[in-house]
Design a protein. Sequence first.
Length: 217
Amino acid sequence: MLPFHPSRHTTLRWPGAGLVFAAGLLAATLARADYLWIQPEANGAGAKVFTGELRKPLEKLPTLQDAKAVLPEAGEAPYAQAADHFDIPKAAGDTRFVATRIGIDGVLTYYQARFGRVQTEAVNDLELVPTEPGGNTYRLIFKGRPVAASQVNVDTSEGWHRVLTPAKDGTVSFTPYIPGLYVLEVTARVNNGSVTLGGKKYDDVRHTATLSFEIPR
């Protein structure tokens, strides 16, 4: 059984550097942030996108803006919204879903989810990317540049949680032995990086990225 770690605080750094990101880049997050993740349907017909946490999904989707599904072979794709999830089409390769949330506390969050470990390049602004197709080592990319998180959280459908810490080169590695769904998550706040959206300025801006994949039974 892997150890349980309750904290979700993370700090992002340039690999090999001793300084936390400067203004406009990523700094630390709040604990236990909700995230958005993709999981395939059991019948293989498509996938569902949920919010909350893997072991505690929200019963009702929050109000999200600019939602978009991106498939590797077709680009932007149609999706359907249900009460507690989105339905997206089946894809042959890595699938992505992004959305924006404006919280009642004035926090602007960019949700960026990816399912699959085939591609070794990032598409979303913040994305965990395998260093080789299907590999167990991942590099975090923010707007095209590699960064190092102080931790990456792993949740699984089998009910355990693990916190990964980066190597000196900024990568994180682990071997998923237990069959089931895995969700790797990073959430970070943009430090002094205000955003104007719909004519309103937001000073608290966060990016939440997940990478999910399945280990077959």
